[in-house]
Ligand binder design. Structure first.
Ligand SMILES: [Zn+2]
Length: 391
């Protein structure tokens, strides 16, 4: 069923069935672009507890109603209906499929064998033809998995592949996540680093052309490999295909005011890419209302943007069990030797050391930490940028 509200189209996508026969559904909102500008796919909440992206999509929908939209935009909140509803007591789980244990964001499809034969068959095709034909190859490959795979798919693959099918239709893909307790950060393919400066996000991870199951990789790796294959034949291509995982802060939290900032950050990037123009159509809003949304609001914030390569993004595992007082502030370089955290061990009080300070022997930027104060030895306590630099 499809109904139109202004120029937003809403549809419901069936992504699976529960044991009772109840349908697993995902709402899909679409704006039709007015030109052949790049198209966009944005989804949120693939991990159950990472809910802030839904609020960002709400704020995007509210704002996009009053903007000139040049490229098609598809927005999908609650992208994973199983993860979204996976509660235990007062907490939301939903990072791993409870049946297989696999991370929900490691189930997307990648077929590295598509590139070589494609390039052989399309050596002399125009750039436009290459983009259209290779997109169709990716879509056909997903359809093959979804509809003509006699051994079937897992619940998670069926959800992921249907989302990926929508993502493959787009030129620009944003997968909205959060950390556990976290600062905002962006996963950005190395070739697209210029784009990171258009998001109002202070920390960027530059990631290589390696597929590890996530949506951003599943959508940019094929195009990166394609560009490299043509480049090897002496033919540089400008494909303008980009995908990002946007980490919006901490899990289990919705903040609609922060979401408005996050939506503006996304719109700044989309404005840079020519997907939107910042001037309102103002058709139903009175004569001058449209002038409120001038393009100036989509100027990137003047902030220091730190980056590091994925290989230098380090997890720090707790050297001991205990109760953690997380000390290091997010996003600020922490000098070597300064405490990251202190661990309380009340079992040692009186006849041992009740407090243990933890520090590193090099400067880092703390990005996120574990969500609970009680940890086992070996729990991933912090993730930090090392060898960082400014963009
Ligand atoms: Zn996530």
């Amino acid at each position: 069923m499809t109904k139109t509200v202004n120029h937003v189209t809403k549809s419901i996508l069936n992504v699976g069935e529960m044991a009772s026969g109840a349908k697993l559904t995902v709402p899909v909102y679409r704006f039709a672009g007015q030109s052949d500008a790049p198209s966009v796919y944005i989804q949120a909440n693939m991990h159950g507890a990472e809910v802030q992206g839904n609020a960002v999509i709400y704020q995007l929908l509210e704002q996009l109603r009053n903007l000139h939209i040049l490229g098609d935009i598809t927005l999908v909140p609650y992208a994973n209906p199983v993860g979204c509803n996976h509660k235990n007591g007062e907490y939301t789980l939903g990072r791993f499929d409870p049946i297989t244990g696999v991370n929900w964001n490691r189930m997307y499809h990648h077929n590295p064998d598509l590139v070589v034969p494609f390039v052989q068959d399309n050596v002399d095709a125009s750039e436009q033809e290459i983009k259209a034909k290779f997109k169709q190859v990716l879509l056909d490959d997903i359809d093959q998995q979804l509809d003509h795979n006699m051994y079937g798919l897992t619940t998670g693959q069926r959800i992921a592949y249907q989302l990926q099918k929508m993502a493959h239709q787009a030129d620009l893909v944003l997968d909205l996540h959060t950390g556990p307790i976290s600062s905002k950060h962006l996963y950005c393919p190395e070739y697209a680093r210029a784009s990171a400066s258009y998001f109002n996000i202070e920390h960027t991870l530059l990631i290589p052309n390696e597929f590890d199951g996530a949506l951003d990789e599943a959508t940019f790796c094929p195009w990166w490999s394609l560009a490299q294959a043509y480049a090897a034949k002496g033919r540089p291509l400008v494909l303008n295909k980009e995908s990002f995982t946007v980490e919006l802060g901490s899990q289990e939290q919705i903040d609609l005011d922060v979401a408005l900032d996050d939506a503006n950050s996304v719109l700044t990037y989309l404005s840079y890419k020519g997907v939107i123009k910042g001037v309102s159509k103002g058709a139903n809003n009175g004569a001058n209302k449209g002038e409120e949304n001038t393009s100036e609001q989509f100027v990137p914030a003047q902030i220091t943007r730190y980056a590091c390569y994925l290989k230098d993004y380090k997890a720090f595992y707790s050297p001991m069990g205990g109760m953690v007082d997380y000390l290091a502030e997010f996003g600020v370089p922490l000098p070597a030797g300064e405490p990251l955290a202190r661990i309380l061990r009340m079992d040692n009080y009186g006849d041992g050391d009740a407090l243990h300070y933890i520090s590193l022997d090099k400067e880092v930027i703390p990005i996120l930490h574990f969500a609970s104060a009680s940890v086992n030895q070996g729990t991933e306590l912090y993730k930090v940028f090392t060898e960082f630099f400014t963009l």
